[in-house]
Ligand binder design. Structure first.
Ligand SMILES: [Cu+2]
Length: 261
């Protein structure tokens, strides 16, 4: 029962799912998962990335991803365009991308992607997921809370790498720089298919920030977790008409936990 609404063919099914699960049933997430989030002597300085627009907790199905508007890395406050480092692939038959980068110097690196706005017919709105992940090189401990300047962005209050499984992750939701009280955050886990969900409500965890825009979540499993702060902001013309429809801007952050063995 985890079929996303946008893949259903009949209106009645769409309405039924929309009524049953609300917006959460259509939770898609922009993946930006690196081969490692800590570069050291063991890993080497070459990092590869998976950029797929998908449903992480149900291990797909993926959705079509066109070449993003921006993909890059921020180091020492400077942005470096990496669109040329993308290579096309297919996931579940849909377009997605791999990428690679070399981290030459010690320090904190933010990798970020701004996808082309995706129109979600089931919700009648555009979705833009401004997505980032932080990599540390050579145990620098620097700039792990750097912001890349997205309209909606999560400021990590927990260092976003070197995290044990079961740790609490805390962050602040910012919209144009300002904390957003009671912002809604969706949380998913990049399930490789080995986790069976008790029921559909487990696909996406939903939490709210406090009055200062700060949220907390304990991650119960080792692997990659995604936090998406979702805010409706602005309108755009719908694809097939001049009608203005809302834009849901998501500040998305990927973090990894490792088991304490
Ligand atoms: Cu979906």
């Amino acid at each position: 029962m985890f079929f996303p609404t946008h893949l259903l063919s009949t209106v009645s099914m769409s309405l039924m799912f929309a009524a049953s699960y609300g917006a959460v049933a259509q939770a898609h997430f922009q993946k930006l998962i690196p081969s490692t989030n800590v570069v050291d002597q063991d890993t080497g300085r070459h990092v590869t990335f998976d950029l797929t627009f998908t449903h992480p907790m149900t291990n797909g199905p993926a959705m079509d991803m066109v070449e993003p508007l921006r993909f890059g890395m921020q180091f020492d406050g400077e942005k470096i365009d990496l669109l040329g480092a993308l290579s096309a692939k297919t996931v579940d038959g849909w377009a997605a991308f791999d990428a690679e980068a070399t981290l030459k110097a010690p320090g904190g690196y933010a990798f970020y992607v701004e996808p082309v706005p995706y129109f979600e017919p089931a919700e009648g709105k555009y979705i833009i997921q401004y997505t980032k992940t932080i990599i540390d090189a050579y145990d620098s401990g620097e700039n792990w809370d750097q912001m890349v300047g997205f309209p909606v962005e999560i400021e990590p209050l927990t260092r976003p790498y070197g995290i044990w499984t079961g740790n609490v992750f805390s962050g602040m939701v910012r919209h144009n720089g300002n904390p957003i009280p009671f912002a809604e955050i969706e949380v998913e886990y990049a399930n490789d298919g080995s986790i069976t969900l008790p029921n559909a409500t487990f696909a996406t965890q939903v939490i709210k920030a406090d009055a200062n825009g700060i949220f907390h979540y304990a991650m119960p499993k080792d692997g990659w977790w995604v936090f998406a702060a979702l805010i409706e902001d602005g309108t755009m013309a719908a694809p097939t008409s001049d009608k203005q429809v809302p834009i849901e801007r998501g500040g998305v952050l990927w973090v990894k936990t490792d088991p304490m063995n």
